[in-house]
Design a protein around this ligand. Structure first.
Ligand code: FAD
Ligand code: FES
Length: 391
């Protein structure tokens, strides 16, 4: 408990220092002696929670053959404070398509620059572009920091267990780097699953952190080991929990990785009696095959084509396996979006006709649901549909 309080207090002190810095007028900013308290407060609020930021890539750091860190500076103001674990959403134009992709911040708060670490997704759309096409000097608009997958020092008492799968290590890196400044909680166990040994991100830094901080234990688990590989192998799930986590009742679990891994780990924890409020998870996007969901209509295949009519904007064909948001973007219909996982409600559409499949767990408010509002990033056409963008 003492270490949690120390960490919380150091966190608070760092936040207070950041606030003082943000409240100070910038050198290029005209200041007015008669500026009211309200105006000053508004300026501070805008700096604390900027809805948009202009970022410039200053460095590209190769991490593994298929992952890199993009280091950005902000060009239209100071970097706002953020909680380790939060993400920013990049607004991208790739060819004719305007789209967004969220990326967890992998650097710690308080740095002058902001790091995003991305893994190349084979067959993906935005990650090949970001991985291979962007160079230092490239500028991009991003959302302000968002998301609630964060460490809560006062609630997350006792030991912490982090489950990271692949690029899902990024929010945890931000947390661990932050802990090195404000103090570690009493104990942190990082269970980190990667496909192969050369996919492990931040391996050397994790080893250094482990050696320097007695509170930290790191277990790297490889699912497709090379011959001669020594160390734990397999997938993160019940077996790994049984081997490395004793007394689950006293711990808080944070899970971040592919949707399949998240569900697997969560159900293993639930079957051990861990209550829902002790498990938090962040999903890095919709499942790769939505038709494998248990409540997906069995008569609809992923390749089946349906027509989407957008009120006042014409119609086009889509296939059932693609989210409505991606389908709309692909056909030049601009729909705002930030999280792409059902949480922020930016991508709202009104469903006027037809049926959609909505991923379980999507955070649609009851009042929205009653009014026919859907979140297009987690909705899939399972018949011809007519929608309105309402904007
Ligand atoms: C909160 C959060 C944090 C994340 N943090 C990280 C992170 O730290 N590191 C990381 O590597 N990833 C992270 N991700 C995942 C990241 O946002 C991307 O999903 C990932 O980089 C893969 O992007 P992609 O476009 O290559 O593939 P996908 O996102 O899977 O996109 C492929 C999809 O793009 C659509 N598409 C294909 N072609 C077109 C086209 N021509 N026009 C329009 N749409 C098309 C199709 O629907 C296709 O299914 C995070 C995700 C979330 C939600
Ligand atoms: S983009 Fe956030 S709910 Fe769809």
């Amino acid at each position: 408990m003492r270490s949690e309080l120390r960490s919380w207090w150091a966190d608070l002190a760092q936040t207070a220092r950041g606030l003082r810095e943000l409240a100070r007028p910038r050198r290029d900013e005209a200041t007015d002696d008669h500026e009211t308290l309200l105006e000053r407060t508004q300026r501070l609020v805008e700096r604390l929670h900027p809805p948009r930021m202009r970022l410039r890539l200053v460095e590209r750091i190769a991490e593994t053959p298929t992952a890199c860190t993009l280091r950005f500076e902000r060009t239209d103001g100071p970097l706002p404070p953020f909680r380790p674990g939060q993400y920013v959403s990049l607004s991208l134009r790739i060819g004719e398509v305007a789209t967004t992709r969220p990326y967890s911040i992998s650097s710690a708060p308080g740095n002058a620059q902001l790091d995003l670490t991305l893994k190349l997704k084979p067959g993906g759309f935005a990650s090949p572009y970001l991985f291979a096409e962007v160079r230092p000097g490239w500028e991009v608009s991003a959302s302000g920091p968002a998301g609630s997958f964060v460490f809560e020092p006062l609630c997350d008492r006792g030991e912490l267990v982090f489950f990271a799968g692949g690029s899902g290590i990024t929010p945890f890196m931000s947390m661990l780097r932050h802990f090195t400044r404000v103090g570690f909680p009493s104990r942190v166990l990082l269970l980190y699953g990667s496909r192969r040994a050369d996919d492990v991100l931040f391996g050397a830094e994790l080893e250094q952190l482990r050696a320097a901080h007695r509170a930290l234990e790191v277990v790297s688990v490889i699912s497709e080991p090379d011959e001669g590989h020594r160390g734990p192998t397999g997938l993160l799930g019940a077996e790994v929990i049984a081997r490395y986590v004793s007394d689950v009742a006293s711990k808080t679990f944070l899970v971040c990785g592919p949707e399949g891994m998240n569900r697997h780990v969560e159900s293993a924890l639930r079957s051990l009696g861990v209550p829902a409020h002790k498990v938090r998870r962040e999903s890095f996007g919709p499942p790769s095959d939505v038709t494998a969901e248990s409540d997906w209509p069995p008569t609809v295949t992923a390749a089946q084509e349906f027509t989407i009519e957008v009120e006042g904007r014409g119609s086009f064909a889509t296939h059932a396996g693609e989210t409505l948001l991606s389908a709309l973007e692909r056909h030049g219909v601009a729909v705002p979006s930030i999280c792409r996982t059902g949480g922020c409600a930016d991508c709202r559409l009104r469903l006027l006709q037809g049926r959609v499949y909505v991923l379980p767990g999507a955070g649609v408010r009851e009042s929205d649901r009653a009014a026919g509002i859907i979140h297009s990033c987690v909705s899939y056409a399972i018949s011809d549909v007519r929608v309105a963008t309402d904007r």
